[in-house]
Design a protein around this ligand. Structure first.
Ligand SMILES: [Zn+2]
Length: 140
């Protein structure tokens, strides 16, 4: 073994160790051994399992919350004209926001001035849609 021989061990990644040495005429490192760090790998598995369990618990909580909110929504929707609910659903799907406030004669959804007739209809409380953006209008 030459005098210049050096050896070491280094962690590469969380679960692998590499033993290396420098030898030979060119002085380039030689990999002597790559060995899994079993303890680190087991710790990673444990951590991943813990995270997975937590994520599954969170998912179940979210599913329960969604089911609860769907029930509440159904209760609210049951008292509303089904045609209005259908209009709301269609506009929401198309525009993202289904309703728009009317301020100073403007639809706040698209900022277009409403014709007087639409404004008057909106004042009555009937379901009126903006002629420009299609959102359901309400007065503040
Ligand atoms: Zn509008």
């Amino acid at each position: 073994m030459p005098d210049s021989y050096r050896a070491g061990r280094e962690d590469i990644g969380d679960e692998l160790q590499v033993a290396f040495g420098f030898a030979g005429r060119d002085g380039l490192p030689m990999v002597l051994e790559v060995r899994p760090d079993v303890a680190a790998a087991q710790q990673s598995v444990t951590t991943a399992q813990t995270n997975l369990t937590k994520a599954r618990n969170d998912l179940e909580k979210l599913k329960a919350a969604i089911a609860s909110l769907k029930e509440k929504r159904q209760l609210h929707v049951s008292g509303i004209d089904p045609q209005a609910v259908a209009v709301y659903g269609g506009v929401k799907k198309q525009r993202g926001t289904a309703v728009a406030r009317v301020e100073q004669g403007l639809c706040r959804g698209c900022r277009i001035s409403l014709p007087v007739t639409e404004f008057q209809k909106a004042k009555t409380g009937n379901l009126v849609r903006c002629g420009s953006c299609g959102r359901i209008l309400y007065l503040a």
